[in-house]
Design a protein around this ligand. Structure first.
Ligand code: NAP
Ligand code: F7E
Length: 345
């Protein structure tokens, strides 16, 4: 049997790392696009190649951008992938208020560009498409909790409005052209690969660096916001399961448990034996013009139809992130002690 080919946008991001790892383990060839940037953004994928040297020749990368429709069509028609995972996005909610037009270009038009390419390829051979939709589309109003596939959308940021439009494009291409196109509506998922300016990673890095004497405090915004935090490695398995299902459908992936940012802080700092209250300051810079107060998902459909379940608890997630960042902080400390410049994390 010939090996399955997957095309992954957003391969250099957190989910790109875990999904590529899973696809390689399952025997796929994986092609990803990477944006041209002045400094290299392939850190996570380079690490994956080091971790899986026997599979490294099954990952290929080429320059590309989801806003470049013609480029995507060229790549997809040449590659003829069996599965396409659209993970590419300007994924930071706070930043989307500063860059609304770019956020829409990447998060909505990028999805539409891919759907057009999928529509073309599908005339030649069957192809399956995954769109990275998000719990942010629900808006987190308390009366909607827990949020499921049936909950109405109430987007509260340019990020969320752009993702709602992409959600509807995906659904419409499925209905209009019979494409195998699915929306995964994923609640927050985190890991040691999480970007440093999302709140969980900002906290675990701070706890670890404060412990090592490399940082004196942490400034945050709204610490009363509540999120349903899971582990990214568990969630990419759900993405893959959606594309193996008989029918193209939309699925919520969530743990069903909500915690405040304050609880995350408490858990992370106590893991390193510190009291977060001694180091925390509140900075209005990190507040958003409209906040999503409470996200807590109902993933019953994914459990019953796909057999998907999160395997990692909130405490386990915090621990594995803190322990990873403690190791990084110890290395950084060792470099300092040697009188060398600190290594970027
Ligand atoms: P991430 O770490 O921020 O990764 C985003 C990826 O998209 C990066 O590889 C980035 O490339 C790439 N990208 C951005 N703009 C692009 C463009 N114009 N063309 C091509 N690539 C572009 O995000 P993540 O946490 O892995 O999330 C993956 C996807 O799931 C995103 O669509 C996000 O919106 C969605 N999502 C995430 C969560 C979550 O909790 N993590 C929950 C629900 C949905 P660079 O490396 O060059 O920046
Ligand atoms: O914020 C609050 C902030 O930026 C979580 C993305 O992956 O998940 C993510 O979006 C909460 C918010 O994630 C700081 O106001 C307080 O209430 O880590 P975050 P997010 O906005 O939930 C969804 C599902 C996605 O789809 C997105 O792509 O934490 N908060 N103080 C802060 N947040 C940040 N970033 N930094 C702070 O200093």
């Amino acid at each position: 049997m010939t090996q399955k080919r997957a095309f992954v946008t957003g391969i250099t991001g957190q989910d790109g790392y875990y999904l590529t790892r899973l696809l390689l383990e399952k025997g796929y060839d994986v092609r990803g696009i990477v944006r041209r940037t002045s400094s290299m953004s392939r850190r996570r994928i380079d690490q994956l190649k080091d971790e899986m040297p026997d599979c490294a020749d099954r990952i290929t990368m080429q320059y590309g951008d989801v806003t470049d429709a013609a480029g995507l069509i060229r790549i997809i028609m040449e590659l003829e992938p069996d599965e396409i995972y659209n993970l590419a996005a300007q994924s930071h909610v706070r930043v989307s208020f500063d860059k609304p037009a770019y956020t829409q270009a990447a998060n909505t038009d990028g999805c539409l560009n891919l759907l057009e390419a999928v529509r073309l390829l599908n005339q030649r051979k069957p192809v399956r498409f995954y769109q990275a939709s998000t719990s942010e589309m629900f808006g987190g109003l308390p009366e909607t909790v827990p949020q499921s596939e049936k909950t109405p959308f109430h987007p509260r940021s340019p990020y969320a409005t752009a993702k709602v439009a992409a959600f509807h494009h995906t659904m419409n291409y499925r209905e209009a052209y019979g494409l195998f196109a699915c929306n995964g509506i994923l609640f927050n998922h985190e890991s040691p690969m999480r970007g440093e300016n999302f709140v969980t990673r900002k906290i675990t890095l701070a706890a670890a660096r404060i412990k090592e004497g490399l940082q004196s405090g942490i400034a945050l915004g709204n610490i009363d916001a509540q999120r349903d935090w899971g582990y990214a490695a568990d969630y990419v398995e759900g993405m893959w399961m959606m594309l193996q299902h008989d029918e193209p459908e939309d699925f919520v992936l969530a743990t069903g448990e909500a915690h405040t940012v304050r609880e995350f802080l408490q858990e992370a700092f106590s893991r390193v034996g510190l009291d977060y209250q001694d180091y925390l300051s509140i900075d209005s810079h990190y507040f958003r013009p409209t906040e999503v107060e409470l996200l807590c998902g109902d993933a019953r459909k994914a459990r019953e139809v796909l057999g998907w379940e999160p395997k990692t608890s909130f405490s386990e997630l915090v621990q594995l992130m803190v322990d990873h960042d403690c190791e990084l902080a110890r290395q950084e400390r060792a470099f300092h002690d040697l009188g060398r410049p600190a290594q970027a994390t």
